[in-house]
Ligand binder design. Structure first.
Ligand SMILES: C[C@H](N)C(=O)N[C@@H](Cc1c[nH]cn1)C(=O)O
Ligand SMILES: [Zn+2]
Ligand SMILES: [Zn+2]
Length: 477
């Protein structure tokens, strides 16, 4: 039996143990955006390092320094660099993933505790981070452990880079990659990242593009303390009123960004590119059903995809400092911070985006004649990425996908952002493949996030099959 078949067999046998490992890591609430959870983020990084070291990998913990989170100075969680195998006759694959997760509270609407993995009868493994990105990060580890257990030689040398700040702007990571490009990462032939999702629920894909993200806080401050609205309403400039007005000026109800100049930087779609939207397995019916209500703006599937992959969008996320609890509090909040972000596309420049957004909001605020103070703060930014899917690294990914799922993968782009992708490509001068494990309805960043047992188990096979394909692929072709 071929090595890869033996590997698949053992993955099938060990399914329940793999689910238990996912349960163990979901239980570590490694929320990078919450200062109180920072020790858990560090604990999660340490868990990964310990497990890889137990397997025999050489690891290096890099502490990226400090972070200023709303005035609180915090240690950034460690970046775990690793090397598993160092055979000069083998190719070297660098894998990246993140062990931090988005915030999750039961009161957001989760059916069960977000940090307790629940296996549902329909095969869903529900828990924060199950698909984004703990399942895939475990996938690489379990792949290597299974090879060892089965006595199968790893087909490539593996390097890894796991960070704990991806969901909060990957602070400090770019500098580490630049610094380590000719050191720890030296000898890397290709990079593979498993941190995005299929286009639908059944057909796997390979991904060759990501949007960038520019995240902003819009702060309005007025009186020195919250006020009684019966006493002061109508007599003072209210920060919340100014903020709501400004937020309403950013984007219209059909998703069109109102900031002048934003669309000027967008690269036009060519006829050749237009063809890449043909024959993808993607349907509005399935999407609307996943969304529970048909709230789609566009009539055609290709327009939805273009607005996900190829055009900039602006989303409003929330307001800090505003009254939000149940009950009827009659307060005038003294200081509020609206949060919004733009997803950016070729050829948008983050600095230009920040300049246009800031100027526009300053102009709109000036029109109000308000005596409040307004400030636009860009909290984090990451660049878009686009790559040709013709590279042999993608051929290896496609062959592995066919071996595991029996179908040729779709070629997709991703609406979300993994800013470090471009940093790897530029500094290591190697091809980067995005090889997703999860499905379109996994609910990353949302309530009841899940990964299907099928995607998790077949995904572990997929990552292993990919490494075997890379070993047999001429990467220079
Ligand atoms: C696609 C990836 N799994 C992801 O979720 N990326 C995040 C990155 C981010 C940027 N700011 C906060 N998080 C995303 O696209 O939102
Ligand atoms: Zn995410
Ligand atoms: Zn992610």
């Amino acid at each position: 039996m071929a090595d890869v078949e033996k590997y698949f067999d053992l993955v099938n046998q060990d399914q329940q143990a793999f689910i238990e490992t996912l349960r163990e890591v979901v239980a570590i609430p490694s929320v990078s955006g919450d200062a109180a959870r920072r020790p858990d983020v560090v604990r999660m990084g340490e868990w990964l390092q310990a497990r890889w070291e137990a397997l025999g990998a050489t690891c290096k913990r890099v502490d990226p320094g400090k972070q200023n989170l709303h005035g609180e100075i915090l240690d950034l969680p460690p970046v775990i660099l690793g090397q598993y195998g160092n055979d000069p006759n083998k190719k070297t694959v660098l894998v990246y993933g993140h062990y931090d997760v988005q915030p999750a509270l039961i009161e957001d609407g989760w059916e069960t505790d977000p940090f307790v993995l629940v296996e549902k009868e329909d095969g869903r493994l529900v828990g924060r981070g199950s698909t984004d990105d703990k399942g895939p990060v475990l996938g690489w580890l379990l792949c290597a452990e299974t090879h060892k257990k089965a006595g199968i030689e790893m087909p490539v040398n593996l390097k890894f880079c796991f960070e704990g700040m991806e969901e909060s702007g990957s602070e400090g990571l770019d500098e580490i990659i630049v610094e380590e490009a000719d050191k720890w990462f030296k000898g890397t032939d290709v990079v593979c990242i498993s941190d995005n999702y299929w286009l639908g629920k059944n057909k796997p894909c390979l991904t060759h593009g990501l949007r960038g993200v520019s995240y902003f806080h819009l702060q309005v401050e007025g009186p020195g303390a919250d006020l009684h609205s019966g006493v002061f309403g109508g007599t003072v400039h209210e920060p919340m009123t100014d903020l709501v007005h400004l937020l309403s000026k950013l984007v219209d109800v059909n998703g069109k960004i109102q900031v002048p100049g934003i669309y000027d930087q967008v690269m036009p779609i060519t006829d050749e590119e237009e063809e890449t939207y043909n024959n993808l397995e993607f349907s509005h019916t399935a999407l609307a059903s996943d969304l529970k209500n048909d709230v789609l703006i566009h009539a055609e599937e290709r327009d939805t995809l273009k607005h996900r992959w190829r055009f900039p969008t602006l989303s409003i996320h929330g307001v800090e400092g505003a009254f939000y609890a149940s009950g009827d509090k009659t307060v005038i909040p003294a200081k509020v911070r609206g949060k919004f972000s733009l997803r950016t596309v070729p050829n948008m420049e983050p600095a230009k985006v920040a300049e246009l957004v800031t100027k526009y909001l300053n102009d709109e605020f000036a029109k109000l004649g308000s005596k409040n103070k307004m400030q636009v703060i860009e909290t984090h930014g990451g660049r878009w990425w686009y790559s040709s899917p013709k590279h042999p690294n993608f051929v290896a990914g496609a062959k592995a996908t066919e071996k595991v799922y029996g179908v040729k993968p779709d070629l997709t782009r991703e609406g979300g952002s993994i800013p470090v992708t471009l940093t790897f490509e530029e500094n290591l001068n190697v091809n980067v493949l995005l090889l997703p494990m999860g499905a379109s309805d996994d609910g990353a960043h949302s309530i009841n996030e899940k990964i299907d047992k099928r995607n998790y188990i077949e995904g572990i096979k997929l990552l292993g099959a990919y490494l075997h394909e890379v070993a047999n692929t001429d990467l220079s072709a």
